[in-house]
Write a protein that binds this ligand. Structure first.
Ligand code: NAD
Length: 286
């Protein structure tokens, strides 16, 4: 049978999550999606009204099918963790069972198991502030939404992942090199995510026989990236300085993710794979 993938962090057709879903669907996988609760309504409505139909077209001409969309807020692990003001918030009250543990339980109930887990989400409320001016709250919120969210997802989904399964997250080179403007503790969060990729590769490899890798992606004009405010500059910088002088398409990252999730990558785990037109290899701008 085909593989089943759960992709956390899709709320429109512009980001890496969507592109990864498409590449996996093109390779024959069944697609389940986890969408941030406050973005769920617009996403489902747009999907239903055909707003994404053009971007749903796969290489063979068919349309990507999303079997089910689950509401998800990856900063909460169990219902007990959800504060009262969030619980009663209008954007949350209409949905239920959206903590990480509950979503994993729902997926298990609905489908039994998955083969591929994708983490394509990040959030840092103070991302536009330099680290030197970031509050403790902002820093910890960035880590919670962007790093621990992955630990939690894998913790809860690994038990329902089939042996030989694979998990992928998305990181950014600001974890290891200075990228002014990627603030609020987001650079710290990505450093954590990359380090955790290694430890989790060991632990989940030994315990569940699954692989854990991360893609260090180049700049893409996604909704999240536009919110940071410097994305056009980063795209221009890459065009000027990378070994490959072309704009990076989300599809290229999607295809790399499909490779990492496939048996072609059966001996690759604990890796950071750069999908950035080679920009990471440059020592100076040219
Ligand atoms: P995106 O806006 O498409 O994806 C981010 C998603 O995270 C959104 O759908 C948002 O709703 C979701 N999200 C935020 N907080 C959440 C929460 N608490 N629970 C569940 N979902 C939540 O943007 P993107 O740029 O494609 O981001 C996907 C991943 O790619 C992120 O990890 C990002 O850091 C990484 N990345 C992006 C770039 C870039 O230039 N766009 C470069 C390297 C890495």
């Amino acid at each position: 049978r085909g593989k089943r993938a759960f992709i956390a962090g899709i709320a429109d057709d512009n980001g890496y999550g969507w592109a990864i879903a498409k590449s996996l669907a093109a390779a024959g996988a069944e697609i389940l999606v986890g969408t941030w609760v406050p973005a769920l309504n617009i996403f489902e409505t747009s999907l239903r009204r055909g707003k994404f139909d053009e971007s749903r077209v796969l290489p063979d001409g068919s349309l990507m099918e999303i079997t089910k969309v689950y509401p998800l807020d990856a900063v909460y692990d169990t219902p007990e963790d959800v504060p009262e003001d969030v619980k009663t918030n209008k954007r949350y009250a209409g949905s239920s069972k959206w903590t990480v543990k509950e979503v994993a339980e729902s997926v298990k109930q609905d489908f039994g198991s998955i083969d591929i887990l994708v983490h394509s989400l990040a959030n840092g409320p103070e991302v536009s502030k330099p680290l030197l001016e970031t509050s403790r709250y902002g820093y910890l919120a960035a880590i919670s939404a962007s790093s621990y969210s992955y630990v939690s997802l894998l913790q809860h989904f690994a038990p329902i992942m089939n042996p030989g399964g694979a998990s992928i997250s998305l990181t950014y080179i600001a974890s290891e090199r200075i990228i002014p403007g990627y603030g609020g503790g987001m650079s710290s969060a990505k450093a954590g995510l990359e380090s955790d990729t290694q430890v989790l590769a060991f632990e989940a490899g030994r315990k569940h026989g699954i692989r854990v890798n991360t893609i260090s992606a180049g700049p893409l004009r996604s909704r999240a990236a536009k919110a940071i405010g410097f994305i056009d500059m980063m795209i221009d910088y890459s065009l000027e300085n990378a070994p490959l002088q072309k704009e990076l398409s989300a599809e290229e990252v999607g295809n790399a993710a499909a490779f990492l999730a496939s048996p072609l990558a059966s001996a690759i785990t604990g890796a950071v794979l750069y999908v950035d037109n080679g920009l990471n290899a440059m020592g100076v701008g040219v």
